[in-house]
Design a binder for this molecule. Sequence first.
Ligand code: UD1
Ligand code: CA
Length: 466
Amino acid sequence: MSQLVGIVLAAGQGTRMKSQTPKVLHRLAGRSLVAWSVGAALEAGADRCVVVVGHGREQVEADLRARFGDRVDFAHQAEQRGTGHAVRCAMEQALEGFSGAVFVLYGDCPLVLPSTIRRLVDARGRAPLSLVTATLADPTGYGRILREGGAVVGIREQRDCAPRELAIDEVNPGLYAIDAAFLREAMGALTTDNAQGELYLTDVVAMAAKAGGAIDVPGDMGELRGVNDRRELALCGEVLRRRINDALASSGVGIVDPACTYVDADVVVEPDTTIAPNVHLRGRCVVRSGAIIDVGCVLQDVEVDAGAHLLPYTVAADSRVGPSAHVGPFTHLRPATVLHEGAKVGNFCETKKTIVGKDSKVNHLSYVGDGVLGEGVNVGAGTIFCNYDGFQKHTTVLDDGAFIGSDSQIVAPVRVGKGAYVASGSTVTRDVPDDALAMSRTKQVNKEGYASRLKARFAFSKKSST
Ligand code: UD1
Ligand code: CA
């Protein structure tokens, strides 16, 4: 079988986005636009993929390397002289002597399905080129498909169209399968004789029509829409969201309201889970069977184990919520928080780089940072781990069964031993031995009858001052 290579064009700045970020690095469902295109190319069966980069070259390369490793090669287009010039860069820099077939797609078309690319590649047969075409109620901005006697004879860019050509509603979505040898020759014949003074890849279609035929494959614009501005970015985001949520729902995930549930493409959600409205699962989250993610939770790279329950408005990053653990409502798990089985972090708490052992509880209004909590520990309301001295972070260790009374400050580095008690309102600065009681607050004094004497004194001073 002859080899198949994908070429993805991603060198443009995308001025219509009005952004410092190169257009192809804008993200949808956790992936850059260009990563969506490259992913589709590889999934369609390309042996490798050559990406033409220019604007934001280093960033684009880094983004794709991180995701695809050696399966992508790069060609550099230093000056953006048009889509034809971009393909020429790919042929000269990365495909010299290559004699199989290529397919070309643009780096700003995140919705393209691998099955469409496959269809296009198969349809070409022995012809020099095949392309996808689609009809659009409003074809503005797209290159128009020119036909003679039913056959495709060329593409005319919007800006080069004669008035009657502007009325053509069949457009070029920008997907082509091309014989490499033919393409190499066609590249040499391109001219800048057009409204933009660029080398147009689209001119190759007319050359193919003369050299054996341009085979057209009907496509659906719903899948082929490009991103040129922020409005189109949002529209494509909506389509991807629907695809992801539909796939999850059919696999058995209980998505309560798919219209307002935001799950990145690389997230794994097991069947028989519940995802409430306004939840965002970002990056590489994993949600295991039986877990419930309640309203408004925002999770980034979090693993939620079986049967765990995140109550409304939990915000968490780079953390792990163990089996049957409970979190929230309104709680913030910062990076490197690990909750073991049955652990509980209740409302209005903040955790960071802390392990909470099996069945341990941090239930109300606490900050626990740089902590190691054993099993069956109880941290009372309003406890603060004082982990930072302005220079370094220090660790607090609470051994199994330790009990911290409410409103205590634990000044790290410090250890509270097995089964030990810290009395409410204490400031702990020294280690507490196993089974000891630590109490650092001042002793209570009761003065009998003192309250009414005080009130009389206050009333008198108020009267004499008015
Ligand atoms: C292009 C097509 C048009 C088609 C439309 C579909 C051409 C001449 N026109 O127009 O027929 O209907 O796409 O979306 O091909 N790029 C480079 N180097 C360049 C220029 C562009 O790498 O020198 C890349 C861009 O980064 C982008 C892609 O090619 O990812 C398409 O470029 P863009 O300027 O958006 O082309 P359109 O004007 O939309
Ligand atoms: Ca475009």
